[in-house]
Ligand binder design. Structure first.
Ligand SMILES: Nc1nc2c(c(=O)[nH]1)N[C@H]1C(S)=C(S)[C@@H](COP(=O)(O)OP(=O)(O)OC[C@H]3O[C@@H](n4cnc5c(=O)[nH]c(N)nc54)[C@H](O)[C@@H]3O)O[C@H]1N2
Ligand SMILES: Nc1nc2c(c(=O)[nH]1)N[C@H]1C(S)=C(S)[C@@H](COP(=O)(O)OP(=O)(O)OC[C@H]3O[C@@H](n4cnc5c(=O)[nH]c(N)nc54)[C@H](O)[C@@H]3O)O[C@H]1N2
Ligand code: SF4
Ligand SMILES: [Mo]
Length: 814
């Protein structure tokens, strides 16, 4: 079956692996996707006015915040004195806008010169996690890594070497830290026989898996710029004002496009977010992990009041009603029967039913259903907050139902119910080498693979590429990631597992700072920051104004830090694969080579010399992205990549997985996007002990943990736990009081933010604060992963880090 052609368009297909890092995608190919795309390149930049000994160097912020920003480093006597951002282009949306860095990027200097900076290679001398190290030479470090790795490969095989998730330099090209296959570590490892890979990511594990069964592959949605054509906009668990912050980022496109149409906007979130922030028409607070129930209640209104687009459902979808159910499906297993109470459970999904589960008043649900029915097509977007949960696969698929019932897919002003899409300029990436090891695990299950690999199979733990894990993880490469400790769930459990250095024998951490993950290293290799080397930075999210940045070396390497390219080349030498690794090129030569290859595909791009001057290159596409437009126009000619080629409301694949996999009693995999209570949800018996649902969110003060050690940023947006006045009063807590948040996994002490911006019986903590234990297992920084679980979601085996039960009390009180 031919793939939907539209998916070969130049949307952001790179992030979720649609475009392999090795494949050179020329803009010629991208432009061949049908539409001619008039664009303007950035106007020539006026030469910097530079004082005698001051120079201004274009650099970038390449962290994983979803944006990517140019930074102009003002350097004097070899030191960055201050940092500015893009000064090219105009201030008008739709006309080569400036790509302005946020406060985090503008404080890059404070990360480069941070006291936490790793200065020399080091070797652990104390217990894992104790943070005791001795300085060693680079020669010793390389030798130790290479000889231990050779021994482990010989004794256990290449599948005992694991590349941990890490997105600290996601936006780089030479320095790119994720997906694992695109990193230089993978290039090195694959030349030495391969490594145990991971699939999925902490960002989108549940939605990527869930919606792939609905739409086939990574699900696209219309770009935010299309909100200019929308009649009704509903945002589920999406907070671009914090998660897509920069001037080049999507919040700008969101606000400007909304301003054009003045589209009615409804925010559905347990918190009153910064995206709502007075610009919304309605905030509907919802109990975490119950969105699928709200959707079912809305579907009831749409079906019983005759609002559904039956012609659309008949022509494009599988399993809305009996007519389009696959032959293998039992009677009454269609979505309509589920809603009307004719399915297995016999429960009619009335607004009253939905109200009890979601905590949303019946009238609000009925009114919203009618509003959607009367305003078709609807622009329905979801962020990734509601899928980072224990039933996130079902919830993310459920949201798509609203776009399907209203026939909104593939048209302007419409939507698919997935997250907004974005455009990138095609760029040739560092070539990859195939991995001889075919086995992979969910990125979330590496802690388990250290100590119970023998139990882990395809049907119990989602092992892919093999029926079972043949070997335990014996070595971890942890490059530009803090997921070894801070960002992975249940820190106290991770601590226990990593204590045994006979189990996982070697952990190599490559970072700029002494993070909590670095404290668990056996060998620490200090990396250069972006400011100390040359690289291409890209993949900043933009709906129709993509760009890339030539990030150039602003200062000399600090202390003894070295580049990831040099480290990998040196280890390659010791493993006997140096020539294959470097192909005889230096990092600088690769930087030039990759650009030369990119320009072969698109000669309209500036020359390399011009890019040095320009720093940033922008394009303006004067059109919106409409997801699955080709499919909508001609579904036979442009089928989706689902098994049926259509949108699968009922998925036969999922029906089979549900039959074949081993699941726990409270776990559900279902062919339909139904609502089920999740473990540690509002109905879990554990609420008797821990009555508050704790949800996390991505916070403006940091990018995950990165920038989390910049004092000014900490002061600007403080780490606090959000709690409703009703819950605070019941516990004698006042705004600003120091409170203890606890469950059976751990305890966190942090000030309370008492606010009606959060639903009662729900509390929220921004993720990413630097874990600060006191030796008594109490964290004093507000690091949410002390409280989260390592139990994975049923289908994706993903991280349910927003699904937690806790209680809160005033600190220092019994
Ligand atoms: N409870 C909870 N946990 C979560 C989440 C949540 O919502 N809730 N979110 C999850 C999500 S979506 C994600 S993507 C992950 C993110 O998890 P990570 O990918 O681990 O992200 P960071 O915490 O930013 O860690 C990046 C690391 O890279 C380092 N770094 C930065 N620049 C460089 C560089 O140039 N070179 C090197 N070598 N290192 C560098 C930083 O110092 C930092 O230690 O966290 C996940 N964890
Ligand atoms: N400033 C900043 N920006 C970032 C990041 C960062 O750390 N800092 N991280 C980046 C990364 S890697 C990622 S993956 C993205 C993350 O992007 P998202 O996953 O979309 O961000 P979150 O803040 O986790 O969740 C979005 C919203 O969902 C809400 N929510 C939580 N549970 C539920 C629920 O059950 N139902 C509903 N309806 N809403 C719910 C949260 O309150 C939050 O407001 O952000 C990126 N941008
Ligand atoms: S943290 Fe994100 S938005 Fe801020 S400067 Fe860096 S890339 Fe831009
Ligand atoms: Mo993420």
């Amino acid at each position: 079956m031919t793939k939907n052609k539209q998916q070969s368009d130049l949307m952001n297909l790179t992030r979720r692996g649609f475009i392999k890092a090795s494949s050179a995608v020329g803009s010629a190919a991208a432009l061949a996707s049908g539409i001619s795309l008039p664009f303007k390149s950035s106007p020539a930049r006026a030469a910097e006015s530079v004082t005698n000994d001051e120079k201004v160097v274009w650099s970038a912020c390449t962290v994983n915040c979803g944006s990517r920003c140019p930074l102009r480093m003002h350097v004097q006597n070899g030191e960055i004195k201050y940092v500015e951002t893009d000064n090219t282009g105009g201030d008008v949306f739709g006309d080569s806008p400036q790509v302005r860095a946020c406060l985090r990027g503008r404080s890059m200097r404070r990360r480069v010169y941070n006291p936490d900076r790793l200065k020399y290679p080091m070797k652990r001398v104390g217990k894992r996690g104790e943070g005791k190290f001795k300085r060693i030479s680079w020669q010793e470090a390389y030798d130790e890594v290479a000889t231990t790795m050779q021994r482990l490969i010989k004794d256990y095989g290449n599948d005992s070497i694991y590349l941990n998730y890490g997105t600290g330099t996601l936006g780089g090209t030479v320095t790119k830290s994720w997906p694992p296959a695109s990193t230089l570590i993978a290039r090195l490892m694959n030349l030495c026989g391969g490594y145990l890979n991971h699939y999925g990511d902490y960002s989108t594990a549940q939605i990527a898996e869930g919606l792939s069964h609905t739409y086939g592959g990574w699900a696209m949605n219309n770009s935010f710029s299309d909100l200019a054509n929308a009649k009704l906009n509903i945002q589920f668990g999406n907070n671009p004002a914090e998660t897509r912050m920069s001037g080049g980022g999507l919040i700008h496109h969101y606000v400007e496009s909304k301003n054009k149409s003045n589209v009615r906007t409804i925010i559905i979130d347990p918190r009153y977010t910064d995206t709502a922030g007075g610009r919304e028409d309605q905030w509907i607070p919802i109990r975490p992990s119950t969105d699928a129930a709200l959707v079912a209640g809305l579907a009831h209104v749409l079906i019983t009041e005759n609002y559904v687009d039956q012609a659309f459902l008949d022509k494009y979808c599988i399993g809305y009603d009996e007519k389009t159910l696959p032959a293998s499906a039992p009677k009454n297993s269609d979505y309509k029967s589920y809603i009307l109470g004719l399915g297995d459970d016999g429960v009619e999904k009335t607004p009253q039913w939905a109200s009890k589960i979601t905590g949303i008043p019946v009238d609000t649900i009925i009114k919203l259903g009618r509003e959607m029915g009367a305003n078709k097509p609807c622009a329905i977007h979801q962020g990734w907050g509601l899928q980072r949960t224990a039933n996130g696969e079902l919830a993310s698929r459920a949201i798509a139902m609203l776009s399907l019932l209203t026939g909104s897919v593939g048209v302007s002003g419409g939507s698919t119910g997935a997250r907004e899409s974005d455009i990138n300029i095609p760029f040739v990436r560092f070539p990859t080498v195939p991995n001889p090891v075919k086995t992979s695990i969910s990125m979330f299950l590496w802690t388990d693979a250290i100590y119970r690999h023998h139990e882990m199979t395809d049907k119990t733990d989602g092992v892919r590429g093999a029926e079972r894990l043949a070997n335990p993880i014996k070595m971890i490469w942890n490059y530009a990631g803090n997921c070894l400790v801070n960002q992975h769930a249940d820190i106290n459990r991770t601590h226990e597992i990593l204590q045994d250095d006979k189990a996982c024998e070697m952990i190599v951490v490559i970072d700029n700072h002494m993070t909590s993950s670095a404290k668990y290293a056996d060998i620490i290799l200090p990396d250069l920051t972006t400011s100390e080397q040359d690289d291409w930075a890209m993949d900043g999210k933009a709906s129709n104004a993509p760009y890339f940045i030539y990030a150039q070396k602003a200062i000399e390497p600090q202390f003894e830090a070295k580049s990831i390219y040099e480290m990998c080349s040196e280890i390659a030498k010791r493993m006997g694969v140096e020539k294959e690794f470097t192909k005889g090129r230096t990092q600088q030569e690769w930087v030039e080579h990759l650009y030369a290859e990119t320009r072969k595909q698109d000669p309209s791009l500036p020359t390399f010399e011009e890019m040095k001057e320009l720093g940033i290159y922008k394009r303006q596409y004067h059109r919106d992205y409409i997801a699955y437009q080709d499919f909508r126009n001609d579904p036979e000619a442009n089928p989706l990549s689902t098994p049926s080629g259509k949108i699968e409301i009922y998925s036969e694949t999922l029906a089979n997985i549900a039959k074949e996999w081993t699941l726990k009693e409270d776990e559900v995999i279902h062919p339909l996007p139904i609502y089920v209570d999740s473990f540690e949800g509002h109905n879990d018996p554990l609420t008797a002990k821990f009555p508050l649902q704790l949800t996390g969110f991505h916070f403006k003060a940091r990018c995950h943990s990165t920038y989390g050690n910049v004092a000014l940023l900490k002061a600007a947006a403080r780490q606090e736990v959000w709690i409703n006045p009703i819950d605070a009063e019941a516990r004698g807590i006042k705004n600003g009081d120091m409170v203890s948040i606890f469950n059976d996994r751990g305890e966190v002490r942090i000030p309370a933010k008492v606010t009606p911006r959060i639903l009662p019986h729900v509390v929220a903590l921004g993720e990413g604060a630097w874990y600060a234990p006191d030796g008594q297992k109490i964290d004093h920084a507000g690091s949410i992963n002390v409280l989260t679980t390592q139990r994975p979601s049923p289908l994706a085996k993903g991280n349910p880090q927003h699904t937690n039960l806790v209680d809160i009390k005033l600190a220092n009180k019994a």
